[in-house]
Design a protein around this ligand. Structure first.
Ligand SMILES: Nc1ncnc2c1ncn2[C@@H]1O[C@H](COP(=O)(O)OP(=O)(O)OP(=O)(O)O)[C@@H](O)[C@H]1O
Ligand SMILES: [Mg+2]
Length: 282
């Protein structure tokens, strides 16, 4: 049996009406992407480049103008596409008067977590997102980072196969952000797929298998992180126990053949800025 992708997006365009005018704003422009199962996929781009809109369309929360999406092999227009998906929206709105524990119980019920398992699942998740001491406090009193953490626990409560996390580390302190990164890696080890939007590029570089960078609704580049950060016409090799003599000989040989020995890899951040600046020049 051929495994369908976790998310397939084909020819997606979304125009929003600009309020108070007859103009339209193209938030997503002819976007096609495939996100393979059991991978961590980063959707990147400057503010307003169409990432959250793409996610909302894939999850059936916003209607596309043109194009189609499938989630776990089911068209996004079918609510069944969302049954095995956990979603952390970019600006989650939670019932302020519920405590963290109550909130997870509520979302656990919505996600059909069996009654006898819910309590254990709540305690496990509060621990996993570092909120074990705040579980009985009302969500209305949570700090920004705490709201992100409870939002992440909410996305995980039904133990879904696909997690869509729109800026899970926004407002989270560096230690918390590192914990979330290791949680995402653990989720992949458990066989899950994670689609992640984040502006923390160094973290994206360390956790994602593939990334897509968007600019003004369009796909600017897509590929595996290793390939994208490898500079063109450069190759890297690892040579252990390099003596200065060996290095000198290699450099000499490269020079004789018109080459240059240097450190070839750039960071994802450098690539992102290069693409974003190119976009500005247009
Ligand atoms: N409901 C809406 N009505 C009108 N315009 C919208 C709506 N939602 C998004 N847009 C516009 O679509 C464009 C893309 O927005 P989107 O939220 O997808 O960007 P983003 O890449 O997620 O940005 P950020 O990094 O700031 O979260 C923006 O210009 C935004 O103002
Ligand atoms: Mg967004």
């Amino acid at each position: 049996m051929v495994m369908t992708p976790a998310i397939a997006i084909r020819g997606l365009t979304k125009d929003f009406r600009v309020s108070g005018s007859s103009k339209r704003l193209r938030a997503v422009d002819d976007l096609s992407l495939e996100i393979h199962r059991n991978s961590i996929y980063g959707l990147l781009g400057p503010n307003g480049s169409g990432k959250s809109t793409t996610i909302k369309i894939a999850l059936g929360l916003v209607q596309p103008s043109v194009g189609e999406c499938e989630v776990l092999g089911i068209p996004s227009t079918n609510p069944a596409a969302r049954t095995n998906v956990g979603y952390l929206p970019e600006a989650p709105y939670f019932q302020r008067f519920l405590t963290g524990r109550e909130l997870l119980k509520y979302f656990g019920c919505l996600s059909n977590v069996p009654k006898e398992k819910i309590q254990g699942r709540i305690e496990y998740l509060l621990n996993r997102v570092g909120l074990e001491d705040a579980g009985d406090r009302r969500v209305g009193g949570y700090s920004k980072g705490m709201l992100q953490r409870i939002g992440l626990a909410q996305a995980l409560v039904g133990d879904p196969d696909l997690l869509v996390l729109d800026e899970p580390t926004a407002g989270v302190d560096p230690v918390g952000a590192a914990e979330i990164a290791s949680l995402i890696l653990e989720l992949k080890k458990e066989g899950k797929t994670v689609l992640l939007c984040s502006h923390l590029l160094s973290q994206v570089e360390s956790v994602c298998d593939r990334v897509a960078i968007m600019g003004r609704g369009r796909l600017l580049i897509e590929g595996s992180v290793d390939t994208l950060i490898q500079e063109e016409d450069c190759s890297s090799m690892r040579i252990d126990q390099v003596s200065s003599i060996l290095r000198g000989s290699i450099e000499q040989l490269a020079k004789e053949h018109g080459g240059l020995v240097s450190s070839p890899s750039r960071s994802l951040e450098e690539l992102f800025l290069e693409l974003a600046n190119k976009k500005e020049e247009r």
